[in-house]
Design a protein around this ligand. Structure first.
Ligand code: DGL
Length: 282
């Protein structure tokens, strides 16, 4: 009988989507809307969220653990649906870890596609960015924006309370109004010419209504879900060698490092469909 050795490249697998917590579900929802026929495996490191206040080294280590886990589950491609992880871990994982782990697999982030999209939105060239303390301190948005648009003026503002408001399901509550108004005012007062504001954290679309309420109408608010989804579609068109490695069944599995039933209850609100998560240990 003839046997044939299988490369990892021959094995099909789901698209891995990673976030520190629930925020990445906002990206996953838009990706699945745009690309419904693929299988997805979502991993939320809820037990260790938020990442936004953690050091570079810790965010890198946690993110690498998650990527390795998703690779071990057979994902040929992993999307870091988390700005903090994209800012603090993506480059090192792409440049240092991937060649050792498996040079044929890919890890993509959310910052670059978002930056590519702002060029068509701003008139003034003055951009505001809301993000976690980690994302803002990393200056990743400013660095990436200046690579493509050197003349743009970029102001970042960290919103340390926004992720806890979302993770604790307080994004609709009155407490959220206080913090959202305070942070919107703080960013816009830095530069009256800001006409485009990036919601540079995947948790923030959940606060969008409140952010809109306190932001002048002529300021564009840029959420990342649709942008990342279109960018992924484009990536897969340009990389048929990756596209053919993706499983196409239209399914989605959810993994969390927190209690599974607790995750499932909140995740269902975010996704708008019944979620039955599985608990895992990283
Ligand atoms: N959702 C993540 C992001 O986009 C961060 C949330 C956190 O602080 O863990 O930055």
């Amino acid at each position: 009988m003839q046997t044939m050795a299988m490369n990892t490249e021959d094995i099909k697998g789901p698209i891995g989507v990673f976030d520190s917590g629930f925020g990445g579900l906002s990206i996953l929802r838009d990706i699945r809307k745009q690309l419904p026929h693929y299988d997805y495996l979502f991993l939320g490191d809820n037990a260790r969220a938020p990442y936004g206040v953690r050091s570079f080294q810790i965010v890198y280590e946690f993110t690498l653990e998650a990527v390795k886990y998703l690779f071990a589950q057979g994902c040929p491609l992993v999307i870091l649906a988390c700005n903090t992880a994209s800012a603090k871990a993506l480059r090192t994982i792409q440049q240092r870890d991937l060649p050792v782990l498996d040079a044929t697999r890919r890890v993509l982030g959310v910052i670059r596609p978002t930056v590519e999209a702002v060029g068509s939105l701003t008139q003034s060239g003055h951009i505001g960015v809301f993000g976690t303390p980690g994302t803002i301190q990393s200056n990743s948005y400013e660095i990436e924006i200046h690579k493509l648009f050197p003349s743009y003026v970029v102001h970042g503002h960290a919103c340390p309370m926004w992720v806890p408001l979302v993770e604790n399901r307080e994004y609709d509550g009155d407490g959220a109004d206080y913090f959202v108004k305070k942070d919107v005012d703080a960013l816009l007062s830095l530069d009256r010419s800001i006409d485009t504001v990036i919601l540079g954290c995947t948790h923030y679309p959940l606060l969008r209504k409140k952010i809109e309420q306190y932001t002048p109408r002529d300021v564009n608010l840029v959420a990342q879900g649709e942008i990342v989804a279109r960018s992924l579609e484009d990536y897969l068109c340009r990389h048929p060698e990756m596209e053919t490695r993706l499983q196409k069944g239209g399914s989605c599995r959810y993994l969390t490092t927190e209690d599974a039933s607790r995750f499932s209850a909140t995740a269902s609100i975010f996704t708008g469909e019944h979620v039955k998560a599985e608990h895992i240990v990283l």
